[in-house]
Design a protein around this ligand. Structure first.
Ligand SMILES: [Fe+2]
Ligand SMILES: [Fe+2]
Length: 207
């Protein structure tokens, strides 16, 4: 499996949670208050699975090697992707700031939460589409077989060393719990595990 295919499987799980977030925003507008426990689950998923795990693989490893092979760090496709990650981080910060007030039904906080949730989800849906259809094919065109192997090893290290063992599986379960709650179809994420037996660790399930 190529590194970009791993990222594309993760995209499917992230899109599942973005659909849940959109539905949460819709229900919040309808009822006039936010379900705080569900919002906390979505924010936790976004911060850990989407930002810490997935975006780290992109920013620290995939974009970095693309930039080492000729893409500009300051303008061009990887620079735009980094800017969009930052835009998303700001939306999440605003959602967290509005969470307590929105769950208490304060109008301004409900509006702030809903507005940032929709901005974040719409931006990330389109960001993912750009990565899947344009950025990742560009990466596969310029990266050598050794680069691809190095990336796979780096992704493996993100899962094995940068986050606690079992974290990936825990967040796949949260994504499915949210989908069940909001009636969103579940994505196929059977391949969303970075390490497998070829990496010599017995798979993430064996951690
Ligand atoms: Fe990205
Ligand atoms: Fe991505």
């Amino acid at each position: 499996m190529r590194p970009t295919e791993i990222l594309m499987v993760e995209h499917r799980v992230i899109k599942q949670v973005l659909s849940c977030l959109k539905e949460m925003a819709r229900q919040t507008v309808k009822s006039g208050s936010l379900s705080r426990p569900m919002a906390e689950k979505v924010i936790d998923f976004i911060r850990t699975f989407a930002d810490h795990c997935h975006h780290e693989k992109e920013e620290t490893h995939l974009f970095a090697i693309m930039e080492a092979r000729g893409f500009s760090r300051y303008q061009g496709p990887t620079a735009v992707m980094r800017q969009e990650h930052d835009f998303g981080r700001n939306c999440v910060k605003q959602m967290v700031a509005a969470m307590a007030g929105a769950s208490a039904g304060e109008k301004a906080s409900v509006s702030a939460f809903v507005e940032n949730a929709n901005l974040f989800a719409d931006m990330l849906f389109s960001h993912i589409e750009k990565e899947d259809t344009r950025l990742y094919p560009m990466a596969n065109n310029i990266l050598s077989a050794d680069d691809q192997k190095g990336l796979l090893d780096a992704f493996h290290k993100v899962e094995e060393h940068d986050v606690a063992h079992g974290t990936h599986e825990k967040y796949l379960a949260i994504a499915d719990e949210l989908a069940d709650f909001y009636g969103i179809p579940k994505a196929d994420h059977t391949a969303a595990i970075v390490c497998d037996d070829t990496m010599g660790c017995g798979g993430c399930g064996g951690h």
